[in-house]
Design a protein around this ligand. Structure first.
Ligand SMILES: [Zn+2]
Length: 87
């Protein structure tokens, strides 16, 4: 059984949880494809482009941009909405 991996963040997008791989795929902008960025680098880049301040999560809605989910915010056995991987 897969255990929770603290190295791999989970995200809230809309009202649903997603794994880091799916958020990476969904948000990777074409201009960064060759740089092999991490999911956090992708989100920082896209947030900057959209004028979103990621350091203040109260300043934007999870419906407009994914928010980092803390491990203790995840329910036991919660799965990624897109690939159904355990978070
Ligand atoms: Zn996923």
């Amino acid at each position: 059984m897969r255990t929770k991996n603290p190295e791999s963040p989970a995200y809230l997008f809309g009202h649903l949880p997603y794994c880091s791989d799916c958020i990476h795929e969904l948000f990777l902008p074409f201009d960064l494809i060759n740089n092999d960025p991490t999911v956090e680098q992708v989100l920082d880049f896209v947030a900057r482009e959209r004028g979103i301040n990621r350091s203040d999560e109260t300043s934007f809605s999870a419906y407009s941009f994914p928010k980092l989910l803390q491990r203790d915010e995840l329910l036991d056995g919660e799965r990624c909405q897109r690939c159904t991987r355990r978070l």
